[in-house]
Design a protein around this ligand. Sequence first.
Ligand SMILES: N[C@@H](CCC(=O)N[C@@H](CS)C(=O)NCC(=O)O)C(=O)O
Length: 253
Amino acid sequence: MTNKKPINQKVKNLEGIHLYHFSRSNCSMRVRMVLEEKSIPWTSHHLDLRKAENATEEYFSIHPKGLVPTLVHDGVIHIESTDIINYLDETFPEPALRPNSSKYQQDISDWMSLAANNHIHVKAFMFSHQIGASMKKTEKELTLYRELQNNEELLQFHAENSSAEGLSENRVNNATKILKDCFFQINETLDTTKWIGSQSFSLADITWIPLYITLKNAGFLFSDFNNVKRWAEQIESKPSFQKGIKEWLENVP
Ligand SMILES: N[C@@H](CCC(=O)N[C@@H](CS)C(=O)NCC(=O)O)C(=O)O
């Protein structure tokens, strides 16, 4: 869902590029990295998810699911990180972050969709291995969240994480299996191409690098995926990675 007319009147008056984001959110990282790749000036609106700064009436009037990131460009709201980076690439074409050939274009879109479709599993792994305790909602916070949130999947996810038992073993095992399969596919494709799905650095790489970084920090094992490790090293040396991901992780812990 992009190009949404804001309900929030304050947002409607924003000029230029504004990003509502969280330092450690993988979906926010990909947008910040594209902004840095293209040297686009932007204004930061940082929301700490651990303090539930996204679960407020104010923020739900900007993003209907209360998630980060939200990009506002001259008063128009853009949500869904992969849609946002596509939008930025179309609106600010230099440097291009999609290869010219139509064959590769489709592959890039498919790799981006694979990440978007499996985001709930990334979330399950992260919550169960690293951030679940800090993201637990109190009974009072859950009551407010139920009033604000219409999305059943998110309601169920946060209620389960906030329970005494946390996320179920079944959910976490399933998520781990699916993520291993995704990285197996990426490792295979990197046998023949330098970057994910193409010979040039693209939105597919920017979509996946935050998942690699956050999963690795949460203890996901990449020891079987040598191509993936090599691919990640290539990206980690880029200034856009340093500014859009690393510096935010170090400076806003
Ligand atoms: N499909 C969305 C997913 C956004 C999302 O789930 N963001 C996470 C951080 S990476 C978030 O806001 N979590 C807060 C919550 O679940 O309340 C996108 O790509 O933008």
